[in-house]
Write a protein that binds this ligand. Structure first.
Ligand code: C2E
Ligand code: CA
Ligand code: CA
Ligand code: CA
Length: 288
């Protein structure tokens, strides 16, 4: 399984990595995890390429099972999708992440860190293609924003390129409604699907994310650099914010800045962090 790749991120908050039986996770295990609220969150910062300013965080689901160990999302997200559990999972993740964002944006937190910058932070949520038709899910997310006094403009919904383009007409309706409600919309993993520019222009996206497979190989591959260059140019010409994910070294960050790519995410900046580790990371970074 992919889970055993050596560059797989270590599970947040525990070591050594114990993922050998993750592939044995069953739908019953996952259902139990959802029933008992055992899916946890990690947050990965997103910064401006040029200035290093922190602009927000991406919420990533984490599952530590008592018997199976760390089960990576690349295993349990497809499992949830295949068994009709993805909307429940997305709602749980969204509620946890919005609770966390509200706490991070609170006056109490501002007082603790001595500044208010966290009050404008963006939060990115990953949305499965299968959820696009489920209006009730998005109504619940919107309701959750309202309960926490969070402007939906601060929430970025990330959809993979292929999912957004599969049925461009249905997508157009749903995405337009979400955009009108204020949500920002991001095309994740761009460069891996088959979308045409014509489709892209029709859909109301606000951000385009260059897939990490190109970003991670930028230092050694001219082809990867060519893809990054053209995606950044495409994003700019469409007036979208451009983000590169999987930035692992300074050289790549410099290259992205030269191209005027807007935002960067990756291990160079920070691995995904446990919720209660974010403030310390933030304070250490601001002190630099
Ligand atoms: P993604 O949305 O493309 O998320 C980025 C993935 O790249 C994350 O893996 C992150 O930990 C990893 N990553 C970030 N920076 C670097 C880097 O510099 N180098 C390397 N090698 N990797 C980096 P993760 O957390 O294992 O998630 C994998 C995928 O699972 C995500 O890919 C996303 O498609 C899916 N996923 C995770 N959480 C959720 C969720 O709550 N809902 C849904 N629908 N999908 C999720
Ligand atoms: Ca994502
Ligand atoms: Ca991605
Ligand atoms: Ca991915």
């Amino acid at each position: 399984h992919k889970a055993s790749e050596k560059d797989e991120e270590p599970p947040v908050g525990d070591s050594p990595v114990e993922i050998s039986s993750a592939g044995d996770a069953s739908v019953e295990d996952l259902e139990e995890a959802l029933n008992f609220g055992q899916i946890e969150m990690a947050y990965q910062p997103k910064v401006r390429c040029h200035t290093g300013t922190i602009v927000g965080f991406e919420a990533l689901a984490r599952w530590h099972h008592s018997r199976l160990g760390f089960v990576p999302p690349d295993i349990f997200i497809p499992l949830a999708e295949a068994h009709g559990l993805i909307d429940r999972l997305t709602l749980q993740v969204s509620e946890k992440a919005l609770d966390w964002l509200a706490e991070m944006s609170s006056d109490a937190t501002a007082k603790r860190v001595g500044q208010h910058v966290l009050q404008d932070m963006l939060l990115s949520l990953n949305i499965s293609a299968r959820s696009l038709g489920n209006n009730a899910l998005f109504d619940a997310i919107l309701q959750c924003c309202r309960e926490h006094g969070i402007n939906p403009e601060r929430i970025v919904l990330e959809l993979t390129e292929s999912s957004a383009m599969q049925d461009a007409t249905t997508s157009l309706d749903t995405l337009t409604r979400l955009r009108l409600q204020g949500f920002q919309l991001s095309i994740d993993d761009f460069g891996t699907g088959y979308s045409s520019m014509v489709q892209l222009v029709r859909l109301p996206f606000t951000e385009i994310k260059v897939d990490k497979r190109f970003v991670m190989t930028a230092p050694t591959s001219e082809e990867s650099r060519a893809v990054i260059r053209s995606v950044v140019e495409l994003g700019r010409s469409l007036g979208l914010s451009t983000t590169a994910e999987g930035v692992e070294d300074q050289e790549t960050l410099g290259y992205l800045d030269e191209l005027e790519c807007d935002l960067a995410q990756g291990y160079l900046i920070s691995r995904p962090l446990a919720p209660d580790a974010v403030l310390d990371w933030f304070a250490a970074r601001e002190a630099q």
